[in-house]
Ligand binder design. Structure first.
Ligand code: BTN
Length: 246
């Protein structure tokens, strides 16, 4: 997929650019990266701060032949790929907070947004949006994100990250894990995810329309949902949304 990367200057969001390419038939692995996003998007309708030249803001076209119910597995796969690439290229020991936020030093270093496009009720393509805070300094964060976001520069003791090298490593891992996933299914991906998770074994909480739930994170279910054991010993599965580690 390394020969399928386009580097653009300023875009609203690389998600939209990758979607346009996917709609016009671009092959799997086609990637759009931008130096700056003016309307970067995060999960759950949030904005994604994407200052010029400081991060890796990229979107990858995937064309999996998968039932829709299994797309959360792809989200986890993307998190594992980026986590491996970050550890390899920078030595920063990033960990994964379910489903696929990458944390370092307890703060967020990377976010992933997987968006699916349907055709006739089936998955047509998916766009994996990856935002890595590579070379941001504390001052590059707006006040509301200070203390929440960190960067590879900050966590790596001030050594700037070669963004092209990290982009290449992310794509290499993504392509490789995708192949493993197609050949061997989710089990090896789940194992890697669990080994890099900072969520498992922790007490977590989340809000539902019915009220708040809390429990210990004990594993992943087959769809990539997070299994929580509550005080009474019963296990529930969280399929999407946001959890807090308590
Ligand atoms: C999150 O943690 O909420 C997900 C953030 C995803 C950000 C990336 S940056 C590249 C791509 N383009 C976007 O507009 N969003 C994703």
């Amino acid at each position: 997929w390394l020969d399928r990367v386009q580097l653009l200057e300023t875009v609203v969001s690389t998600q939209e650019e990758a979607k346009k390419l996917a709609e016009s038939g671009a092959p799997q692995g086609t990637t759009v990266r931008a130096e700056e996003q003016t309307g970067g998007r995060g999960r759950m309708g949030r904005k994604w701060h994407s200052p010029r030249g400081k991060g890796i803001w990229m979107s990858v076209v995937l064309r999996p032949e998968l039932p829709l119910s299994l797309t959360p597995q792809l989200t986890l796969l993307a998190g594992v790929a980026v986590c491996l690439a970050i550890r390899e290229v920078t030595g920063v020991q990033a960990g994964i907070k379910w489903p696929n936020d990458l944390l370092a030093g307890g703060r967020k270093i990377c976010g992933i947004l997987l968006e699916s496009s349907l055709r006739e009720g089936r998955l047509h393509y998916a766009i994996a949006g990856i935002g890595i805070a590579a070379n941001l300094t504390e001052e590059d964060y707006p006040p509301d994100l200070q203390g929440i976001g960190t960067s590879l520069l900050i966590e790596g003791g001030g050594i700037p990250v070669d963004r092209s090298a990290l982009t290449a490593a992310v794509l290499t891992e993504l392509e490789y894990l995708y192949l493993v996933y197609r050949e061997q299914g989710f089990a090896p991906i789940r194992e890697l995810w669990e080994s890099m998770s900072v969520t498992l074994g922790r007490q977590v909480g989340f809000n539902t329309p019915q009220g708040r739930c809390e429990g210990t994170a004990v594993g992943l279910d087959d769809n990539g949902g997070l299994l929580l054991k509550d005080g009474t010993g019963s296990v529930i599965s969280v399929l999407s949304g946001e959890i807090e580690m308590i």
